[in-house]
Design a protein around this ligand. Structure first.
Ligand SMILES: [Zn+2]
Length: 265
């Protein structure tokens, strides 16, 4: 009996070895590569909205670096899977399955810390994220340079349209709206080679005319500052986002990752 048991063990080991060898010998599938993690139907996604990472007490839109790192560590430790805007788009549009505990990370405007702090930290965690860049601010003092944007693009950061000069669009003429949106679309294409489909409304302001101009410019998804989590079938040009600033401690952060009606600050 003992010998029989040993034989079974040897057979199992052989099978394992063959299995491994077969996996290595097989070419990767011709279609889309298998996702790194198993996907499932998500029950809503929190799209996190950040601006600047710095230590400026009293400015709620600015988050301290140690607090930002603490939040990313929380996502990592609790099994969250940050997704790209393209994944978010497919999820809203046709309920595309997502990794477990999906979350979407977005930064607005483009500041020096976007490159010097945000980019290395998110690279360290391997989290995808999106920068909504004010096109006309590139290479301006205290703003990212074109070279930095290219480096981030090459390392998987989604760079998208946040107008040319950050006006409150509904208060501008339709002609000016068109100029602000199309100029940054052209800049993304010409300078960064990006066929962009994504947009963030400055100060979260929009109306039907702005949305029509976005459609004319090939924008398929636009994010707002309207609070709440995102689900399939949501209006694609009015995607909700969740405010993250200095007053969002870990308790609020966890609440905002999981609840549609999260507590106000
Ligand atoms: Zn902005």
């Amino acid at each position: 009996m003992k010998r029989y048991g040993i034989l079974i063990a040897i057979a199992a080991l052989l099978l394992l070895a063959v299995g491994c060898a077969t996996d290595e010998a097989l070419p990767p599938p011709a279609a889309a590569p298998a996702p790194a993690v198993q996907t499932e139907r998500a029950d809503g996604v929190s799209v996190l909205m950040y601006h600047m990472i710095a230590d400026i007490p009293g400015n709620d839109a600015v988050l301290r670096e140690d607090l930002f790192r603490e939040q990313m560590q929380y996502l990592h430790d609790n099994g969250y899977h940050p997704i790209t805007l393209a994944q978010l788009e497919a999820y809203i549009d046709h309920d595309e399955p997502l990794p477990p505990k999906p979350v979407c990370i977005t930064f607005d405007d483009g500041y020096p810390d976007t490159y010097s702090i945000v980019y290395p930290i998110l690279k360290e965690y391997g989290f995808p994220w999106t920068l909504f860049m004010i096109g006309g601010m590139t290479d301006q003092p205290n703003r990212p340079t074109l070279a930095q944007l290219k480096e981030m693009r090459d390392n998987g950061v989604t760079i998208a349209n946040h107008t040319w000069s950050h006006p409150e669009l509904p208060y501008e003429s339709e002609e000016r709206q068109r100029e602000e949106i199309s100029r940054t679309q052209a800049w993304l294409k010409d300078e960064l080679g990006i066929d962009n489909r994504y947009f963030a409304y400055p100060v979260g302001l929009y109306d039907d005319t702005v949305k029509q101009v976005l459609r004319e410019n090939g924008i398929t998804l636009a994010v707002t500052m309207n609070p709440g989590r995102v689900r399939p079938g949501d209006e694609m040009l009015e995607v909700k986002r969740i405010w993250i600033g200095d007053r969002v401690d870990l308790e609020h952060f966890a609440d905002r990752l999981t609840h549609d009606h999260y507590r106000s600050l």
